[in-house]
Design a binder for this molecule. Structure first.
Ligand code: ADP
Length: 450
């Protein structure tokens, strides 16, 4: 638009300035020498103008033209008129665009030359055709129309292609997302070769897989939780009946059975607490209550909770526990860790039903390890098992309460304590879960401390 509307004006103004400057310089340097005539010739050729010198009675004194015969814009009456008006108005020069002939518009310049020695008045008159620029603007205007129209069409086609390529998959994705929202995890988000859309569909597929996993795990969890709650409840009931029917009279047995009931009840509430704790821990709101405690005693107590399995199911617990190891931490949480590790070992150990618990001190650190003889954990699953709800096999028969959160809780607690932990495992031979805690001091047997 700018080109079409302003090119002509712009060009005319430029031309006007150019011719005015040329005319002014010719008028100023006017004399009657041979040199001046040559100057006029070359000015005419260099600038594509016709130049005429009139004497005071408007007779042509000299003329030169870059374009041969100079016939247009040469109406002597008009020329006289312009000059006399210029003189009347007290000016010495004029520029004028003569549009009277269509397609022949001409830029005219006139200057009154100063009196020469004979007192003769001379007039310098120049004409330069502007037709060339008009042809050029016409060409540009036509080209521009064609270019504009074809770019519009092209832009429309391109945007149509792009938008349909973009909106197609996005519409499909939103349909798939609706199905996903209704619980259909089989949906597949498909990209279309565009980077961002491919990335989005990949992310959505990932989210779907994760949702699917979480949903499956949630179902498992509900099944597990109800199963896990039922097991201690059954035991509490069994021991209560045993006290009522058998051991009620035997104070030793009764005390033992009552203790089991109490412990199992504690376990039940601990279990419920676990869910809350894990939730809190993962949201970062759970604080540790750290103080020195006897890790050796804590480990022994944890193992003793599994005595009933030794008695009734033939489990063998081997222990190698350094006595009196005092460490700094949240005893209740560390007990949970030990308990979870032992119950996993019980659940996953081999046919020999053996579980080994060791607590050794290495300089400033104590390392507690729970070792089983089960089928072990493949390397690629070693990280996964510490994630919540991660299960390697679903058909395992559980002997003790397991929430499917066991190792996630272990990891959460140990990370909060900022201590090292891990698992060494050989498929087919068993696993060794361990963690290390900094020792505050070691208590010698007989309770004198060092
Ligand atoms: P669960 O309640 O299922 O035991 P955990 O978080 O304690 O939940 O354990 C996660 C998974 O890690 C288990 O399902 C099991 O596949 C694997 N796992 C944990 N401990 C052992 C072990 N001692 N031997 C083999 N696999 C184990």
């Amino acid at each position: 638009m700018f080109e079409v509307v302003f090119l002509k004006q712009f060009y005319q103004q430029m031309k006007r300035d150019e011719i005015t400057a040329l005319g002014d310089s010719l008028a100023q340097s006017y004399d009657q020498s041979e040199d001046y005539v040559n100057k006029l010739h070359s000015a005419a050729f260099d600038n594509n103008v016709a130049i005429v010198l009139f004497n005071s009675s408007y007779k042509v004194d000299f003329s030169t033209s870059a374009f041969g015969q100079f016939s247009f814009a040469f109406d002597i009456d008009k020329i006289k008129g312009w000059f006399s008006r210029t003189v009347e108005e007290g000016h010495t020069r004029f520029t004028y665009i003569d549009d009277s002939l269509p397609d022949r518009s001409t830029l005219l310049y006139g200057a009154v030359l100063s009196d020469d020695l004979q007192g003769q008045q001379y007039y310098l008159y120049m004409a330069s055709p502007l037709a060339a620029v008009e042809t050029a603007t016409e060409v540009i205007r036509n080209q521009l129309t064609i270019v504009t129209l074809s770019s519009l069409v092209l832009a429309f086609i391109i945007s149509w292609i792009f938008s349909s390529r973009l909106s197609g998959p996005i519409t499909n994705m939103s349909l798939a997302a609706k199905r996903l929202a209704k619980g259909d995890y089989s949906v597949q988000f498909e990209g279309n070769g565009f980077n961002e859309i491919d990335e989005l569909s990949e992310t959505l597929n990932y989210a779907t897989r994760e949702l699917k996993k979480t949903d499956e795990l949630r179902r498992d969890l509900i099944a597990n939780v109800s199963h896990d709650l039922r097991t201690p409840l059954t035991m509490i009931k069994a021991y209560a009946e045993m006290i009522r029917d058998l051991s009620g009279e035997d104070p030793v047995k009764r005390a033992k059975h009552t203790q089991i009931i109490i412990d199992e009840t504690d376990r039940l509430s601990a279990l419920v607490n676990d869910y809350l704790n894990l939730a809190k821990m993962q949201s970062g709101t759970e604080e540790l209550v750290k103080q020195p405690f006897d890790l050796s005693a804590l480990t022994e107590t944890a193992i003793s909770h599994f005595d009933y399995l030794a008695e009734s199911q033939g489990y063998v617990f081997h222990t190698d526990i350094t006595e009196g190891v005092i460490v700094d931490g949240d005893a209740r949480k560390i007990e949970q860790v030990v308990y979870n590790l032992i119950s996993n070992a019980v659940n996953y150990t081999g046919d020999d039903k053996s579980v080994t618990v060791t607590l050794h001190s290495y300089g400033k650190f104590a390392e507690l390890a729970v070792i089983d003889t089960g089928k072990g954990i493949p390397d690629e699953e070693k990280d996964g098992i510490f994630e919540r709800y991660y299960r390697t096999g679903k058909t395992h028969k559980r002997q003790v309460v397991g929430t499917g959160l066991g190792l996630a809780i272990v990891k959460g607690i140990l990370i909060k304590h900022d201590v090292a932990f891990g698992v060494q495992s050989e498929v087919g031979h068993g696993s060794r879960f361990w963690f290390r805690m900094p020792i505050v001091h070691t208590k010698k047997k007989g309770s004198d401390e060092k």
